[in-house]
Design a protein around this ligand. Structure first.
Ligand SMILES: Cc1ncc(COP(=O)(O)O)c(C=O)c1O
Length: 358
């Protein structure tokens, strides 16, 4: 069996122990004589999986009672549209803090449905930092930000206190660290980076938001529909939710989010320190104060050297180190399931590559 050092940006690494557990239960799930994929979503064995995933999300993230945990489909991209459909009120703008392409996409969808405003942006600086200083609006429907910018490798270190409900796209750093859920009115994330395979989108939403939501939209697009039906309004992505439940169990075994956060910090520092010590051979994209612990972005001196780096790293068993197609360069995504040893091996390879090509 061959497993690579998987630095994919998403879908991304899944803990080996989780894959093995899924493999061992694949054909006969807990004596049911069938796979989880073959169970009815209305059956007791599946409902146990479903409810356990939701309960473990609550436990690990310390989600207060007044929030709902929903399992939806359509990825974060559907959330870009669902959030304004439900919460953008006429004559009351949605405010956006712009930190990259994903914020732009969220803004573009909201702009189709109502009034929007940009209250902060680092676009003019090629999204090299998160725009922490913005005017906190007192009127409007909500404030939206992207907690981790997968493409640029920037991350909010602390979150702003806003007067309006705060909505966050946490697709690429959910459960990578401890956060105070009560600071947010809605958090959303596709599972395929830190939570398991693609197919399920986690939404954590304050119940009072649902009470005041727009009513004139199709049922499937209303958060209230899914909350009333325990995310079983229609057939959920049962296998993805099962995998999520295994990943959450694994997180608990690792010591929960505090332990995971500490390890993520160490993993990222190993690679950043290699960049910083390289005397300019490797150049980080993000400003130091905004550096992401999830996505580490860098370039080399020129295109030729970058290509050689990507080629040699692939030959040495590293996957997914190419940067996003929109900015090029290199990117190492060190999500929760990427082991410390993979980051150490990458730093070692980077040092060796520099010696060879200097
Ligand atoms: C921060 C962020 N938001 C949104 C998305 C889009 O997610 P999806 O493909 O699940 O719609 C991505 C995908 O990489 C992302 O990194």
């Amino acid at each position: 069996m061959k497993r690579t050092h998987n630095f994919n940006a998403g879908p991304a690494a899944i803990p080996l122990a989780v894959l093995e557990k899924a493999q061992s239960e694949l054909i006969d799930f807990k004596g049911t004589g069938m796979s989880v994929m073959e169970l009815s979503h209305r059956s007791k064995p599946y409902e146990d999986v479903h409810n356990k995933a939701s309960q473990m999300m609550r436990e690990l993230m310390d989600i207060p009672e007044e929030y709902e945990v929903l399992f939806l489909q359509g990825g974060a991209s559907l959330q870009f549209a669902m959030i304004p459909m439900n919460f953008l009120k006429s004559g009351s703008p949605a405010h956006f803090v712009m930190s990259g392409v994903w914020s732009e996409k969220a803004l573009a969808e909201a702009a189709k449905l109502g009034e929007t405003a940009v209250i902060g942006s680092s676009k003019d600086d090629r999204y090299t930092f998160v725009p922490e200083k913005f005017e906190d609006p007192s009127e409007g429907s909500y404030v939206h930000l992207t907690s981790n910018n997968t493409i640029y490798g920037t991350q909010w270190k602390t979150f702003p206190k806003t007067k309006l409900p705060l909505v966050a796209d946490m697709s690429s750093d959910i459960m990578s660290r401890k956060i105070d859920v009560s600071q947010f009115s809605l958090i959303y994330a596709g599972a395929q980076k830190n939570l398991g395979p693609s197919g399920v989108t986690v939404v954590i939403v304050k119940k009072e938001m649902l009470e005041n939501a727009n009513q004139e939209i199709p049922s499937i697009l209303k958060y209230a529909t899914h909350s009333k039906q325990n995310s079983l309004y229609n057939t959920p992505p049962t296998f993805a939710i099962y995998m999520l439940s295994l990943v959450l169990e694994w997180m608990k075994e690792q010591g929960g989010l505090a332990a995971i956060e500490e390890l993520n910090e160490r993993k990222a520092q190993i690679i950043y320190s290699c960049i910083d010590k390289s005397g300019g051979f490797y150049r980080g994209h993000a400003k130091k104060e905004s550096r992401s612990n999830m996505n580490i972005t860098f370039t080399l001196e020129n295109e030729e050297l970058t290509k050689a780096f990507l080629k040699e790293s692939k030959e040495r068993g590293f996957s997914g180190l190419n940067g996003h197609r929109s900015i090029g360069g290199c990117r190492a995504s060190a999500y929760n399931a990427v082991p410390l040893e993979a980051c150490e091996a990458l730093a070692e390879f980077m040092t060796e590559f520099q010696k060879k090509h200097r």
